[in-house]
Design a protein around this ligand. Structure first.
Ligand code: MEV
Length: 332
């Protein structure tokens, strides 16, 4: 039995545009997904009591029977798709090292602090931790770069090709990272005071990415909006290196406006963004795919957290501390 955990993240800048090769800067936070993997005779048994899914358990042998749980089917399909693909990657990684893992069964238990589909990188954290735990259960220790790459292949498959390396690289490495196409690197970053507001809802990443793609195909100028996000991220990197919080906040606000123009904001996200700004945030924006879920605000947590908690659109608000460790193996 092996347990691994990986952090969630917020995007300081650049979600969606990163899918088109523009740079993005996600930043790992102190919420984690823990995955425990135990070998069994055959088949795959998954238990995930804490994915904000009211808990589900499903047992099957490759052929998925629909579990009876009261959650949107697309979220559940996606959750199961991520685990299936993560286990497949672990088996392949082991086989490539001469270990015959084709028929090995696994019990996978997921225990996550990160709400599902809320823009905090829950799926990437689960996938990174699952591949690490499953490969180690098979006696293989993967280098972090390979792990991040395999986790990206999972997201790419489940999100029908509409995924960047942002979430998976960030969950593996921790801290703030910079992604531009295939180029992924870690960044030195100040410990920014970030507050997350959560509306209790979720967005379907694959669907939202497809929606932006359709908008970009119907209106040529939407491509300019996407490349403007890229310009903004490049300025944001300079501001981050200089710890220039005023500029960082300004750019977060502009980034939120551009994401709204791409059609991925929501009334609840806009309401939380405004509640944070009115409480003195230097900047606030939605984080992740959008459609519902979370915003991130830069400013004094003692001011922003209560202000957001009282906003009608907000179900939960918390100070998001920077996680610097990324993937880790948990003691049993
Ligand atoms: C999802 O957290 C961020 C998106 O940019 C998709 C991706 O980068 O894979 C919307």
């Amino acid at each position: 039995m092996v347990t691994s955990s990986a952090p969630g993240k917020v995007f300081l800048f650049g979600e969606h545009a990163v899918v088109y090769g523009e740079p993005a800067v996600p930043c790992a936070i102190g919420l984690r997904a823990r995955v425990t993997v135990t070998r069994r005779e055959e088949g795959l048994r998954v238990r995930a009591g804490d994915l904000s899914l009211d808990g589900f358990a499903v047992e099957y042998d490759g052929d998925t029977s629909t579990p009876e749980v009261d959650v949107p089917e697309n979220l559940l399909d996606a959750a199961m798709g991520y685990i299936n693909e993560a286990v497949a990657q672990a088996r392949t990684a082991a086989s490539e090292r001469g270990i015959d893992a084709g028929e090995t069964g696994f019990e996978v238990v997921v225990d996550s602090d990160i709400p599902l589909g809320a823009g905090l990188g829950s799926s990437a954290a689960v996938v990174v931790a699952a591949i690490d735990a499953a490969t180690r259960e098979l006696g293989v220790e993967l280098p972090r770069e390979e792990l991040a790459d395999r986790a990206y292949q999972v997201e790419h498959a489940v999100q029908d090709g509409g995924a960047s390396r942002a979430d998976t690289f960030c969950a593996t490495m921790g801290g703030a990272v910079r992604i531009e196409g295939e180029d992924c690197r870690t960044l030195d970053t100040p410990d920014l005071p970030l507050v997350v507001g959560y509306d209790g809802g979720a967005g379907d990443t694959g669907e939202l990415v497809a929606q932006v793609r359709a908008l970009r195909e119907s209106h040529g100028f939407v491509a300019d909006t996407v490349s403007t996000v890229g310009d903004l991220v490049r300025r944001g990197e300079t501001a981050l290196a200089a710890d220039d919080r005023e500029t960082l906040g300004e750019l977060m606000n502009v980034n939120h406006g551009l994401l709204s123009a791409l059609g991925v904001s929501a009334r609840s996200l806009d309401a939380m963004v405004w509640a944070a700004r009115e409480a003195g945030a230097r900047g606030a924006k939605l984080t992740g795919a959008g459609g519902g879920g979370c915003i991130v605000a830069l400013g004094d947590p003692d001011e922003l957290e209560p202000a957001l908690s009282y906003a009608p659109a907000c179900e939960d608000a918390f100070h998001a501390e920077l996680d610097t460790g990324g993937l880790r193996q948990e003691e049993l």
